[in-house]
Ligand binder design. Structure first.
Ligand code: C2E
Ligand code: SIN
Ligand code: SIN
Ligand code: FE
Ligand code: FE
Length: 406
């Protein structure tokens, strides 16, 4: 073992750098994306799939393919959540069954002693030709299997499909052990956060999973555009968005502290009720503040500031006794860049979604009316730059709105 590590200093260095990277990722989708990306980069593989164990089967949780999804990024959604049984009939299934690495040079002409079959359905569905494969079990402590990583079609420098090498095998094995730990951590994190969001939804049925998912997704697209315009490196954007998506989803967590009488009131709120309703920003802040986790600090910042307005007419404004106050009086809000960027982004995402949706106190607005509101409030309610970002990625916004629906 020591000998191998000394021999492969190049591999070890790479592993250490990537490892540090992946252990800092908390969103499971962003993590899986990164894991596959790194493995494909090292092995020069055309495609890859991550299967996670669910109810005793394998489920496709992430898929990348340079050729198939080149011109149609949304095509991959077709394969997500497909179920593959853990048995000898597929390579991933056999890999999971025996908890052992499988390497095959040509899946249509299996010479290796893998004691398994190749499931052609993916190729048939897509007109794709899978040739070489490596499938690696994802195991955590106690040898518990949590999934399988499969890479397909390794290529040489000329783009010709070749077998995966022994060096690939070594790299993928070490990497998979490490990735499994990070994946399990991210799964636990997601599971806890989904429970928190469910708690908010039970209290306030309009805060549905779809609504918060949309807000999280709008927010990362808006940040992506904002940061891209500034020439921020992709890696930095990706890391920031990892936290932003979840933190944005938690923006209204403070509503769990608002009584039903106010939260579920069918009509407009009275002045005194509004003073209490506005406290959801401060309650959310109190839940997440003073955490060592960057994700929670970001959630606190967003919860507190997502109803501030660019022109200073929002709330709650600057508060000295934030741990004591019980309602938000009329006071002046924070202004411009006094408001954190994350909150300026979520403000637009939240209002766009709130206006487009039916509420207990109002009907949903037509798209044109919503866009008109956003346009008119450029530099008033909203950061003018974020409004520009919104309109330059409007196609994507529309796609999210249609896809992630109730
Ligand atoms: P929400 O329903 O998620 O709305 C989020 C934000 O979207 C609102 O923040 C507001 O900026 C915008 N918005 C929503 N509906 C409308 C609308 O019909 N017209 C306009 N111009 N903007 C709209 P806001 O006002 O600070 O409200 C925060 C939360 O307080 C709302 O979240 C909702 O839960 C509650 N709320 C606000 N007004 C009323 C009301 O009249 N009746 C009831 N029952 N709840 C209200
Ligand atoms: C997710 O990433 O959790 C699914 C929501 C989406 O991106 O559409
Ligand atoms: C940032 O660069 O992350 C924040 C700057 C701003 O608030 O505009
Ligand atoms: Fe809110
Ligand atoms: Fe909301």
């Amino acid at each position: 073992m020591n000998k191998k590590i000394v021999m492969d200093k190049e591999i070890l260095d790479k592993l250490l750098t990537i490892s540090e990277n992946i252990h800092n990722i908390s969103d499971i989708d962003i993590l899986l994306d990164k894991v596959l990306f790194e493995l494909r980069k090292f092995t020069n593989a055309e495609g890859g799939t991550i299967f996670l164990v669910e109810d005793g089967n394998l489920k496709i949780r992430y898929i990348q393919n340079e050729i198939l999804f080149k011109n149609d990024a949304s095509a991959k959604y077709k394969y997500l959540d497909k179920i593959i049984p853990i048995n000898k009939e597929s390579i991933a299934g056999a890999c999971a069954l025996n908890s052992k690495i499988i390497m095959i040079t040509d899946v249509y002409n299996i010479k290796e002693d893998c004691n398994c079959g190749f499931n052609k359905s993916f190729d048939e569905m897509t007109n794709y030709r899978t040739k070489s494969i490596i499938a690696v079990p994802l195991k955590i402590t106690g040898n518990k299997l949590i999934g399988v990583i499969q890479l397909i079609n390794a290529r040489n420098a000329n783009g010709k499909i070749i077998s995966f090498s022994e060096k690939d095998k070594l790299f993928v094995t070490y990497f998979a052990n490490d990735a499994a730990v990070a994946i399990e951590k991210a799964q636990n994190m997601r599971s806890m956060i989904l429970k928190m969001l469910k708690m908010v939804e039970y209290r306030d049925p309009k805060e549905t999973g779809a609504h918060v998912n949309r807000i999280g997704t709008y927010a990362i697209e808006l940040y992506h555009e904002w940061a891209k315009n500034r020439g921020f490196p992709v890696e930095l954007i990706r890391r920031f968005n990892d936290k932003l998506k979840i933190a944005a989803m938690l923006h209204d967590t403070g509503k769990i502290a608002i009584s039903d009488r106010i939260l579920k009131k069918p009509g407009p709120l009275k002045k005194n009720e509004l003073k209490i309703m506005k406290m959801h920003t401060v309650y959310g802040y109190r839940i997440f503040k003073n955490s060592d986790y960057e994700l929670e600090s970001m959630a606190a910042e967003i919860a507190l500031n997502h109803h501030e307005r660019w022109d200073g007419t929002g709330y709650p404004g600057i508060i000295e006794d934030i741990d004591k106050i019980e309602f938000i009086d009329n006071r002046s809000g924070k202004k411009g860049t006094q408001i954190p960027l994350t909150a300026r982004i979520v403000a637009l995402a939240d209002v766009y979604d709130a206006l487009s949706s039916k509420r207990i106190y109002k009907e949903s607005w037509e798209e044109d009316r919503v866009l008109e509101y956003i346009r008119q409030n450029k530099g008033k309610h909203f950061d003018p730059e974020i409004v520009d970002c919104f309109f330059s990625i409007y196609d994507t916004i529309k796609e999210i709105k249609n896809k992630v629906c109730e």
